[in-house]
Design a binder for this molecule. Structure first.
Ligand SMILES: NC(=O)C1=CN([C@@H]2O[C@H](COP(=O)(O)OP(=O)(O)OC[C@H]3O[C@@H](n4cnc5c(N)ncnc54)[C@H](OP(=O)(O)O)[C@@H]3O)[C@@H](O)[C@H]2O)C=CC1
Ligand SMILES: O=C(OP(=O)(O)O)[C@H](O)COP(=O)(O)O
Length: 341
């Protein structure tokens, strides 16, 4: 069993912990927090040993009825690998600690590519992780872009990509962020960070991205245009998506035309925390014009799509499963990830 520590038990960390616990070849040896909050009670309820960054806060946790297993250092020492899901920028500060302890670590998209020097996506570059100490799972939007661009590139060759990200303003629990009544260019300059981020995994792709944020919490929405190298048809493209285990199709027949209805759908499907782990490509939007111009809309659930990628990244760095497809199959099966559509 691979012993996994999750440093930072928040939006991403709590999902990674449950996903690790569901795998047949991994166990959660601990999760960490800095403060007493609702998530700490969830860790207790799940039976995950709770570690804290600063031991001087131990009495506050114990007063709240939360047993503290030790400090983060102790958790790291007990682990084979660490998933760092601390807020963006903290991972970079943690890196020297992992180096000193000789521990493998996975960082998240809030960190720069340079934190690990290697950015990961299971379908695109699993085998390149072999022998590395560090990897970074690219951000949620970048993961969604890499999945669809890589699939299209494999099938038809991608000459160039132009994409617009309509980003959610905040996660559902995040009461401090907005906007409440605005469309904010984020950034106003072009490109947004997503295009360069995609190139950390797919360096050959010509891509320019634009981004803005809007007052919603459930998912980002992408408009994507790709120029293809080979002529194709809408039917052939739909077949590529149907055959991809992490690209789902929001079928026309469902009538779903928004992030809100899609979230209701994942909730009704009984997905844990309503998570849409796969890309949600809107079937009706899939268009091929003039044989080589591809267009679509896709929804990306920011809290969820990077979770299966973190799990595959654990196996890829540990070197326990050599075949990417085998790891992807194991991860999907353990999560119950059967792409919608
Ligand atoms: N949320 C999202 O939509 C996505 C986020 N990401 C990336 O994932 C990373 C994590 O983001 P997210 O889960 O949203 O962040 P959250 O703020 O939800 O969670 C961060 C967690 O880290 C803990 N923490 C903070 N500082 C430390 C520390 N020094 N040592 C140990 N734990 C610490 C916090 O504990 P406490 O609350 O007790 O301080 C909290 O549990 C970021 O890089 C982000 O960019 C990637 C894709 C999507
Ligand atoms: O990784 C994310 O977005 P991104 O792909 O736009 O960087 C997550 O939605 C977190 O983004 P945030 O920086 O708005 O918290």
């Amino acid at each position: 069993m691979i012993k996994v520590a999750i440093n930072g038990y928040g939006t991403i960390g709590k999902r990674v912990a449950d996903a690790v616990a569901a795998q047949p070849d991994m166990e959660v040896i601990g999760v960490s927090k800095t403060s007493v909050s609702a998530e700490a009670y969830i860790a207790k309820e799940r039976g995950y040993p709770l570690y804290i960054a600063d031991l001087s806060k131990k009495p506050a946790f114990e007063k709240a009825g939360l047993e503290v297993a030790g400090d983060v250092d102790a958790m790291l020492k007990a682990a084979d690998i660490v998933v760092d899901a601390t807020p963006g920028g903290v991972g970079e500060k943690n890196r020297p600690i992992y180096e000193k302890l000789g521990k493998k670590a996975i960082f998240q998209g809030g960190e720069d590519h340079e934190v690990a020097g290697f950015s990961f996506n299971a379908h695109a570059n699993y085998n390149e992780a072999a022998g590395k100490q560090f990897a970074r799972v690219v951000s949620c939007n970048s993961t969604g872009l890499v999945r669809i661009i890589h699939a299209m590139d494999q099938a038809f060759g991608v000459a160039r990509v132009r994409a617009v990200m309509v980003r959610r303003g905040a996660d559902p629990d995040d009461i401090k962020r907005g906007p409440i009544d605005a469309i904010v260019l984020n950034p106003a300059t072009i490109p947004s960070h997503h295009g360069p981020d995609v190139k950390t995994v797919l360096p050959q792709i010509d891509i320019v991205t634009l981004a803005m944020i809007v007052p919603t919490t459930f998912m980002h929405m992408h408009t994507i245009q790709m120029d293809l190298k080979k002529e194709t048809t809408r039917e052939e493209v739909l077949k590529v998506f149907e055959d991809h285990s992490r690209i789902g199709l929001v079928r026309k027949a469902t009538g779903i035309k928004s992030n809100a209805e899609l979230r209701e759908y994942t909730q009704d499907l009984g997905r844990p925390r309503t998570d849409l782990w796969e890309n949600g490509v809107f079937e009706e939007s899939v268009s091929v014009l003039n044989g080589k111009e591809f267009y679509c809309f896709q929804a990306i659930h920011q809290e969820a799509d990077v979770i299966p990628e973190n799990i595959d990244c654990i196996r890829a760095l540990m070197g326990t499963v050599k075949d990417p497809q085998e790891s992807i199959r194991m991860t999907n099966k353990a999560l119950g990830l059967v792409a919608i559509g």
